[in-house]
Design a protein around this ligand. Structure first.
Ligand code: CA
Length: 231
């Protein structure tokens, strides 16, 4: 039974579940509870924005009092909490818009419970755990604090979404080296990600914008990207 298999790392992980379909919400809350997550379930956009801070947000797009995108945008404006969108349609516009607004991943309904838990674990792994022993990396005026997931340029802190941080982190693993789209998708998203590679471009564009100079990231058409090393 599930109860015996609770993973230590998930005990006490607070999940905010925003879903107005009571049947889905109840079964997810029970299932996630069995996996050791601490679930707070709400059914409206208003409640979602008032809820206490969580470690991860599962966000349905169709809510009775507003669109999930608006909730996503407003949550993201004030926090870097990982957000997984639950969408009813396998619609590319929904996916790209969600990712542009700062969501970390999405699942298309109907999804299996196991699939959802796998996504939650993947997102938590990428965004959460501290890696002791890793230090601050300096690349010209860019500084990446790998322990605290903080990025500064000329001493100014830049607010990155978890995905943007992961993307920068992958490019910075070997500054100046070309990283292919495939490698980026596998490392920053999921080995099982079958989304459009437009997702990568969207995140590269926002990362460039935040770094303040498009020259930070060079594009090699059809191949991939590299972090420019300042001379
Ligand atoms: Ca709904």
């Amino acid at each position: 039974m599930g109860v015996g298999k609770v993973r230590r790392s998930e005990v006490g992980v607070r999940v905010l579940l925003v879903e107005d379909d009571k049947a889905i919400a109840d079964s997810l809350a029970i299932g996630l509870g069995r996996e050791g997550f601490q679930v707070e379930a709400v059914g409206t956009a208003r409640e979602a924005l008032k809820a206490p801070s969580a470690d991860l947000v599962l966000l349905d797009l169709g809510l009775p009092d507003g669109h999930g995108f608006e909730v996503c945008r407003r949550l993201r404006a004030g926090s870097s909490v990982p957000i997984i969108i639950l969408t009813a349609r396998d619609d590319e516009v929904d996916r790209v818009t969600g990712l542009e607004l700062g969501a970390d991943d999405y699942v298309v309904k109907p999804f299996s419970f196991r699939e959802l838990v796998a996504r939650i674990r993947a997102v938590s792994r990428r965004t959460g755990s501290q890696q002791p022993g890793q230090v601050t990396q300096q690349i010209g005026p860019l500084e990446i604090d790998r322990r605290r997931h903080r990025v500064t340029v000329r001493g100014e802190e830049i607010a990155l979404t978890p995905k943007e941080y992961d993307l920068l982190s992958v490019l910075a693993n070997d500054p100046g080296a070309m990283v292919t789209r495939r490698e980026i998708l596998a490392q920053v998203w999921d080995p099982h990600w079958y989304g459009t590679s437009k997702t990568v471009d969207v995140h590269i564009a926002s990362l460039r914008r935040k770094l303040g100079d498009p020259a930070w990231i060079e594009t090699s058409r059809g191949v991939g990207f590299r972090l420019a090393v300042a001379e």
